[in-house]
Design a protein. Structure first.
Length: 367
């Protein structure tokens, strides 16, 4: 691609906008890493580009620079400042130095303690000129990511599905929502780092809690179960699939036999003492999930778990699915109280009309 020499400031801003367009392609699909876009240019010609890979790697700069042949007087545009630490991917700053980038233009800073300007300083010390271009594409593109790096508290989502009169169980039917709602749930899982449920929901539903959308199967989130007394069924789907998908249990029990069994099944056990009788600290659960590197978490039930997190004002987004059926008999907990609380305390964000989900509706609440 080639642009005529016109307004230099406009051209640089345009290239940065393209970098954000690239980053947006894989937004919420890069695991615990941020999605970054990168362009490599010479004069006004784009020579190469890259975006953070699905799942978090390779990094955008590495993808854009690896197969680049020209290595003199190049300009590099990145939506987020380059990393300078060794993880699963090599430091992007070394790729930039090796390709003899002359000018690096970045838009937003990275508040990850391992970054925080270290990469920019390293590049400057190696004679790379650094310039900041204000983000004109989307405000706060990396807000959630940088907020997490300041306090290590993950963004909390919750999801529930009920009948029209707010009950979550229909006899002899494992699913109360239709295929459209189900697919939307799995897409949501693909964009989340971790899922959290209580042991009652686990033992009752025996869920797998993975992503079953074609092409997104490898974006399965880590799974967390709150099980203070280690009542979890030994041969559940979660236990038997723990080798493939990371699975954690918050526990307080001293049942040595159960602990040893779960460890042998590749379960990560996290001890969390009771704060009250049979109650654990919800805030501490989120802090622990955050310290493990998970930047967001989806709570999928059950009733008591969701109520505890709502009562402690710890939920940021709530996805409320409803079908169009009525249940006359009380066969499960009524979620009407939760719905009324959301209407009162949350900002009404968006309602997907029935045309999108046929006989189901989805209301999304935002704190």
């Amino acid at each position: 691609m080639f642009l005529q020499k016109n307004n230099t400031k406009f051209i640089k801003s345009y290239f940065m906008k393209l970098a954000f367009n690239l980053a947006n392609l894989h937004r919420n699909m890069t695991g615990i890493n941020p999605s970054v876009g990168c362009l490599v240019c010479k004069k006004n010609r784009i020579l190469s580009y890259g975006v953070t890979g699905i799942g978090g790697g390779p990094h955008a700069e590495y993808s854009a620079l690896t197969n680049l042949k020209k290595t003199n007087n190049l300009n590099c545009f990145v939506s987020l400042e380059p990393c300078h630490h060794q993880g699963k991917n090599p430091p992007c700053t070394k790729s930039i130095i090796n390709k003899k980038i002359k000018n690096l233009y970045y838009s937003e800073t990275d508040d990850d303690p391992r970054v925080q300007g270290k990469g920019l300083e390293f590049l400057q010390n190696n004679r790379v000129r650094i310039s900041k271009i204000n983000n004109t594409y989307k405000d706060n593109f990396y807000k959630f990511y940088n907020d997490f790096n300041k306090n290590f508290i993950p963004k909390v989502y919750a999801k529930i599905a009920t009948t029209k009169n707010y009950y979550s169980f229909v006899k002899d039917r494992p699913q109360i929502t239709n295929i459209y709602s189900k697919k939307l749930t799995h897409i949501l899982r693909s964009e989340i780092n971790a899922i959290l449920i209580g042991v009652n929901t686990h033992n009752k539903d025996n869920p797998l809690l993975n992503c079953r959308i074609n092409g997104l199967e490898r974006l399965c989130p880590a799974r967390f179960i709150i099980d203070p007394n280690l009542r979890i069924n030994k041969n559940s789907k979660l236990i038997l699939s723990a080798k493939k998908i990371k699975t954690y249990i918050f526990y307080s029990s001293k049942n040595k036999n159960k602990i040893e069994y779960l460890k042998k099944k590749n379960i990560f056990l996290i001890y969390l003492p009771f704060v009250k009788k049979n109650e654990v600290d919800c805030k501490q659960i989120l802090v622990t999930i955050g310290l493990l590197g998970y930047k967001n978490v989806l709570i999928e039930g059950g009733y008591s778990t969701i109520v505890k997190f709502i009562d402690h004002n710890l939920i940021d987004f709530f996805y409320f699915f409803k079908n169009n059926e009525f249940i006359n008999k009380k066969m499960s907990h009524s979620f009407k109280r939760i719905y009324m609380t959301l209407q009162k305390n949350f900002k009404y964000q968006k309602k997907l009309q029935q045309v999108y989900l046929k006989n189901n509706t989805l209301t999304v609440f935002k704190k």
